[in-house]
Ligand binder design. Structure first.
Ligand SMILES: CC(C)(COP(=O)(O)OP(=O)(O)OC[C@H]1O[C@@H](n2cnc3c(N)ncnc32)[C@H](O)[C@@H]1OP(=O)(O)O)[C@@H](O)C(=O)NCCC(=O)NCCS
Length: 151
């Protein structure tokens, strides 16, 4: 599986993933579909941002999924999704593992954070398997997972 930065030409693929039923259900920021115009504005904003990056995971010609990193002062907030066709094959775990390894190579002081709905058991399993720690619960609907570089 390869990771590359996203391009504007990925707009329709990203829109399809953003409007997937499970992606909407597990989203912490919205509960309905987005239209192409809104999504185009969102993508352009992310493409010019120095703090946000979106990566596409692919295998041969197949587009597997995406992972986004939002840079805050001390951490990257990550959010990710895998195309419906390729779920339950280990790609979710791989995409999170790859991005953390890649960015830890550049900066070992920064940590990773993910906010996961309590009902999103699959994603929780992934973070636990990757040795993310769970923070004391502040919000009754979400868990916060964090991972620091360990030597
Ligand atoms: C959450 C999400 C990204 C998980 O992606 P995924 O690729 O299905 O995840 P994985 O395949 O890595 O892990 C899921 C299950 O597949 C299993 N699995 C791993 N490798 C496998 C393999 N080679 N063959 C079969 N199953 C495998 C995993 O073990 C896990 O199940 P288990 O822990 O019960 O054993 C995906 O469901 C998704 O896109 N959801 C909507 C968006 C979302 O929730 N994003 C996260 C927000 S925090």
């Amino acid at each position: 599986m390869q990771l590359r930065k996203t391009k504007y030409s990925d707009l329709k693929t990203l829109l399809g993933w953003a409007n997937d039923r499970l992606v909407i259900k597990n989203s912490i920021s919205r509960n309905s579909k987005v239209n192409i115009k809104e999504h185009s504005i969102w993508l352009k904003r992310n493409l010019i941002s120095r703090k946000n990056n979106i990566y596409i995971a692919s295998k041969k010609s197949k587009l597997i999924g995406m992972i986004r990193t939002n840079r805050f002062k001390k951490y990257y907030l990550i959010s990710y999704s895998i195309d419906k066709k390729y779920r339950n094959k280990g790609y979710g775990l791989k995409i999170v593992d790859k991005i953390t390894q890649k960015l830890f190579k550049i900066n070992k002081k920064i940590y990773f954070k993910a906010i996961v709905k309590k009902e999103n058991k699959n994603s929780q399993k992934i973070f636990k398997k990757l040795n993310f720690s769970i923070l004391p619960i502040k919000n009754k609907n979400f868990f916060e997972f964090v991972k620091k570089y360990n030597i």
